[in-house]
Design a protein around this ligand. Structure first.
Ligand code: SF4
Length: 446
């Protein structure tokens, strides 16, 4: 069996190398100044790879300008071009970046043509030493694969195996794979299946882990930690991106924590745990709330996901921002974190489930503000799955199993979806949240 590694610039991914921390700019790539400034900040914050969206061939010149400006500033962080649909854009940008992220299944509706285009991209990447990430997301699988296997973790893994098979045939091994979902069960299941399939075929490619559209705040961090740590604890995963609907700098400390923990550089602040039946009582002595949140998520996420445990009680203390000791149980933090963990592991829903993309250079409105407004006005809709997506091009396809979707069109307009169906288009953003809540209420009283 071959354990493979990929190279993006000077960064090695997989093959026993340390876990790589990465993130993505949310600036418009055409705004070269803003993107350079954000890359500089992200690199200084610890990002070891940075992805930029490249929506069209016309953006390739901007990518070249960004790379050249960064080189002039001494910033050598590898740049990953994020491509949706257009093999032409992927082929044009590949010589100018360290890695391209594509889903070959979306290159063309005709599967044979998608294969041809992927084969061409492989040759360009081989010539220029560019790595490829085959990035497959639940909810945006190609028609060819969903017709065969449905919209399932198995379909995600099988889709990846088909493209990996082409790479193996072409003897092109500078490849990383991701199988992302906002649903932690689907995400973990898909990666486990892929890891098994790769072992079965004798070529183990590096894996990029992430819970996509995880949202923001504590919930986004807990969901990301639950999904990613479940896999890293099993030795699955080589690079991580924590997707948060926040400024991308905020993603880095969480990703760094995960990398350090599973590279065995830090340990949990849990001091004891007792398990009675399927209930665990865990005690912590945490240096901060943030550490407590990540420790608890990694200590128990996998056990809840895998249904080894049904309940978790969290006790002990953490230090608040002023260094004052807080009692976890008496302050209500223990109950709150336990509820959040149960929801992240999809064992019990105590509030609405939000799917929100992190935003990127395709976002044409204030996604973070809109998401906060949607959350504030829908907090009573326990169990309802609501997606808030940054663009009309990819948002509808990527909101997976959401009951309702709020998708920004740009120009202060929003489209509201019920499931996969647009039910109201071009709604003014000042009215969109109210209309969304009205629609949900009306459908619940039907
Ligand atoms: S759905 Fe969000 S993250 Fe994905 S391409 Fe659109 S704006 Fe970017």
């Amino acid at each position: 069996m071959k354990i493979l590694s990929a190279r993006a610039g000077d960064v090695l991914i997989g093959g026993g190398n340390p876990i790589v921390v990465q993130t993505m700019c949310n600036t418009h790539t055409s705004d070269v100044e803003a993107t350079v400034a954000q890359c500089v900040r992200l690199s200084a914050a610890g990002a070891q790879m940075i992805r930029l969206t490249v929506p069209a061939p016309s953006d390739v010149e901007c990518v070249k300008a960004i790379k050249s400006r960064l080189a002039g500033l001494g910033v050598t962080v590898p740049i990953v071009a994020d491509i949706h649909f257009s093999s032409q854009t992927a082929i044009l940008v590949a010589p100018h970046v360290e890695k391209v992220r594509i889903n070959p299944g979306n290159f063309h509706r005709d599967h044979a043509k998608a294969r041809e285009q992927f084969a061409r991209l492989i040759e360009v990447c081989r010539e220029h030493g560019t790595a490829i990430r085959i990035g497959i997301n639940h909810g945006s699988l190609g028609e060819y694969i969903t017709n065969l296997y449905g919209n399932s973790p198995e379909a995600m893994a099988k889709a990846a195996m088909e493209w990996l098979g082409m790479c193996i045939e072409a003897r092109f091994f500078n490849v990383v794979v991701s199988l992302k979902s906002s649903n932690t069960i689907v995400m973990v299941d898909a990666y486990r299946k892929l890891a098994e399939m790769m072992e079965g075929c004798g070529y183990v490619f590096p894996l990029h882990l992430g819970v996509t559209e995880a949202g923001n705040g504590d919930s986004g961090r807990i969901k990301s930690c639950v999904g990613i740590s479940s896999l890293l604890s099993e030795g699955i995963g080589d690079t991580v991106r924590v997707s948060l609907t926040e400024d991308p700098e905020a993603e880095i400390p969480v990703a760094e924590y995960l990398a350090a923990r599973y590279d065995r550089k830090i340990v949990s602040s849990m001091t004891s745990v007792s398990v009675s039946g399927r209930r665990a009582v865990a005690r912590y002595d945490s240096p901060s709330y943030e550490t407590l949140l990540m420790d608890v998520s990694c200590d128990f996420g996998k056990r809840l996901l895998d249904k080894d445990l049904d309940e978790i009680a969290i006790e002990g203390t953490f230090l608040d921002k002023d260094g004052i000791e807080v009692d976890i149980a008496a302050s209500g933090v223990g109950k709150y974190l336990s509820d959040e963990l149960m929801q992240a592991a999809r064992r019990r829903f105590y509030k609405p489930e939000y799917i929100a993309c992190p935003g990127c250079g395709r976002t044409m409105y204030d996604l973070q503000a809109a998401f906060e407004e949607v959350k504030a006005k829908t907090s009573h809709l326990k169990g309802t799955v609501i997606a808030v997506m940054g663009c009309i091009v990819n948002g509808p396809g990527e909101m997976a199993d959401a009951d309702w979707g709020y998708v920004g069109e740009g120009n202060h307009k929003v489209t509201i979806y019920k499931g996969k169906t647009p039910v109201l288009r071009h709604v003014l953003d000042t009215e969109a949240v109210e209309k969304l809540v009205d629609l949900i209420s009306a459908s619940q009283s039907e």
